[in-house]
Design a protein around this ligand. Sequence first.
Ligand SMILES: NC(=O)c1ccc[n+]([C@@H]2O[C@H](COP(=O)([O-])OP(=O)(O)OC[C@H]3O[C@@H](n4cnc5c(N)ncnc54)[C@H](O)[C@@H]3O)[C@@H](O)[C@H]2O)c1
Length: 457
Amino acid sequence: MTDLPPAIGVVGAGTMGAGIAQLGCLAGFDTYLHDPFPEALERGGEEIHRRLSRRGEEGAERRLVLADSLEELAGCGLVIEAIPERRDLKLELFARLREIAPDAVLASNTSSILVSSLAGDDENVVGMHFFNPPPVMRLLEVIAAEQTGEEALEVARAVGERMGKHVIVASDGPGFLVNRCNRPFGAEALLLLQQRVATAEQIDRIYRLAGGFRMGPFELMDLVGIDVGLEVARSFDEQSFGEPRWKPSPLQARMVAAGRLGRKTGRGWFDYPREVADPEPRAGKASARIVGDSPVARALRDRVTDSGSLVIDCEGDDGDVVLCADRRLGDRARVGFNLVPPLGHLVELTGERDERVESFFGDCGFVTEWVGDAPGLVLGRVACQLVNEAAFAIGEGVGSAEDVDAGMTLGLNHPRGPVEWGRLIGFDRVLATIDGLFDEYRDPRYRAAPPLRRGGL
Ligand SMILES: NC(=O)c1ccc[n+]([C@@H]2O[C@H](COP(=O)([O-])OP(=O)(O)OC[C@H]3O[C@@H](n4cnc5c(N)ncnc54)[C@H](O)[C@@H]3O)[C@@H](O)[C@H]2O)c1
């Protein structure tokens, strides 16, 4: 068992720092919060007191010390920094802290700077990547820099666990584990928009209603700031020396050039204020002949009387409506569809608009969305690229399959982890879709990860 430090320090009293200090108090640590800007320290302190007193946590409130100077953190066994995302500031802070608290473990909450670039020759530096808002999100991603020693890792892990977090340990690199595995969430959406497969509004609706995500990629980009997203994309590109899967999007750059940064400028992918009202699915009596034995065919068959003149082909080429999973609709039929297990409340359709097909899927309980022709249409492409990215990360030892799934569900609220999603879809089918995308676009972002090619995760 690692000895827990009796006192911890947090530097930076903003969104993340205040949340982390609150966790420290609740976990029973004397928590020293410092911010060089007195108003920021006061604001952060007030926020923590307000939240703790609302929960009747007077004991925890008493553990918070608002430190006017950094020197007051001298007795802390662990100091977590949550100051602005700039390497020069973080390096300067760590150098000062090292003088003040020579034996403390120093942790960075950075989400995009290599922890190895902050550690110098110090084995007591580690990454502790909390998710926003820290008191709510259950995940803590601990990052082992190239220099990090076992003891520092253990302190970070033990403190995180005492704070009630599910702790995963990731290796250092672009986006560590969680943000790296999430790259396709936004990157594929931008590409689908660029290729005019669907509009931003449609893509968001598909992610929410068919994929089960709480938010679509474009509303999320608007919330976070398109400029912030572009910076993150640039840092992935730079740190990976131009990995094709992580290229920034020219559409993002154009929005930033136009000053349309999202909610904060009143306009981004959408205009604000904005109301989103999703259509409600209805259900009726659906009948069709479902061909095939794939997970999609079986799930669809459960909702349908197996009769009628409509033939829905979930495998081959000769139905009235064919599944566009690993290929475009092309000349195979007049209408194509895509559903990704586990089936949500929306089906994507492509090809010639056809009322009979629309009313069939409506009767099955789906909202319909007509999109452009592409392998996997929208959700199929995104889901398979999420699985593919996870396969790359696991293959490269960034983290285990369990940690990847815990990371995406507990850190980012994904409805399911990519490994579980791959199992539900079938790893062979994921591979076929990735190969289909490669055949279609000849873009190396669609090369299959070695573990996927070898048969799954
Ligand atoms: N906001 C998120 O969703 C999120 C999620 C994970 C990680 N992070 C990371 O956490 C860190 C902090 O982000 P945030 O959103 O809390 O920022 P923030 O702007 O809300 O807070 C930063 C705080 O640092 C203070 N500060 C400024 N310069 C300082 C300095 N030189 N020394 C000490 N303090 C200084 C500011 O007064 C402010 O209170 C960043 O590294 C960010 O990348 C943010």
